[in-house]
Design a protein around this ligand. Structure first.
Ligand SMILES: [Zn+2]
Length: 113
């Protein structure tokens, strides 16, 4: 059976500061965009229902929206946010193969399983 990959993305707005960083040490905000991909075999023409995947991602990101990220993740870099999202989606039983967190159009961090 051929495997395929499907993906969705969601955004959230949040503040953070990167402790010890000379520029990013000051509190500032981003409109983060999180893209995730799930791999699997087709079942009735789908890898996973987009609606179901979106719902999972929205639930995982809910606590981040309009938050101070430092209160949720010790060092809230895009890399650590991606790691957090990856682990939470995995723990929900999803076969996540990629998570990308973009803090700007020109800056992102990505995990590939
Ligand atoms: Zn930043």
């Amino acid at each position: 059976m051929m495997k395929m990959v499907v993906g969705v993305s969601e955004s959230f707005s949040a503040a953070h500061s990167i402790p010890g960083h000379k520029k990013c040490g000051k509190v500032h905000g981003h409109n983060f965009v999180v893209s995730v991909e799930v791999e699997g075999e087709l079942n009735k023409g789908m890898v996973i229902d987009f609606f179901e995947l979106k719902t999972h991602l929205k639930e995982v990101l809910e606590k981040f929206d309009h938050s101070m990220l430092n209160e949720l993740i010790e060092v809230p870099t895009s890399e650590n946010i991606a790691l957090h999202v990856f682990k939470e989606l995995k723990s929900r039983g999803l076969n996540v193969v990629r998570v990308r967190v973009s803090e700007n159009v020109d800056k992102w961090a990505e995990i590939r399983a």
